[in-house]
Design a protein around this ligand. Structure first.
Ligand SMILES: [Zn+2]
Length: 183
């Protein structure tokens, strides 16, 4: 098994059936997140950012490397630290899987969106990678990552779909984004 990019021994089989090594995999994941951050204009010079979880913190730090931002880390959003550190942006621990699960759950009317709108803007920079990709990236780079709990029925439904159509999650997320942009 050889990496389709660098021809070194590969350890990961991607959804499209291609094989890739750990280094190229990490590079691609980071590239995708950087692209998302650029397109969303997620960070600005004087942001005070609160990253939820180690993985969000890792990418926030790496991507804002040359920017004069302040980054704080937490395992759970709490109002005191948001106020105390004058946080204006939060990076939630929120992946493609969370986005899809949440969307379908609301669509099926099983859950109402009780979340109060917050003054602090959420930048979901991890919402362009799956839980699986996040876990793998975290493992390779010795970062801790814990996927959020999700609605089990919906997760099972989505995983069944992925078995038949490997690209389902990516199609779903791009359709969800399109729908949200016309809201
Ligand atoms: Zn490679």
């Amino acid at each position: 098994m050889k990496c389709y990019l660098c021809k070194k021994p590969a350890v990961i089989k991607q959804q499209k059936g291609r094989e890739i090594c750990a280094r190229c995999f990490s590079m691609l994941v980071e590239k995708r997140i950087r692209k998302y951050v650029r397109a969303a204009k997620a960070f600005r010079g004087k942001d005070n950012i609160l990253a939820v979880g180690d993985l969000a913190f890792y990418f926030a730090k790496k991507i804002t490397d040359k920017m004069p931002v302040k980054i704080f880390k937490t395992n759970k959003e709490d109002k005191t630290s948001i106020r105390k550190n004058r946080i204006n942006k939060i990076i939630p621990n929120w992946t493609i899987d969370d986005e899809i699960n949440d969307f379908l759950e609301q669509l099926l009317n099983k859950k109402e969106n009780h979340k109060k709108p917050s003054k602090v803007k959420e930048e979901k920079i991890l919402s362009c990678i799956t839980d699986e990709e996040a876990s793998l990236f975290a493992e390779i780079n010795s970062i801790s990552f814990k996927p959020n709990k999700k609605n089990k029925d919906i997760s099972e439904f989505v995983e069944e779909l992925v078995k038949k159509h490997p690209h389902s999650k990516f199609s779903l997320i791009s359709n969800i984004r399109e729908l949200e942009s016309v809201k």
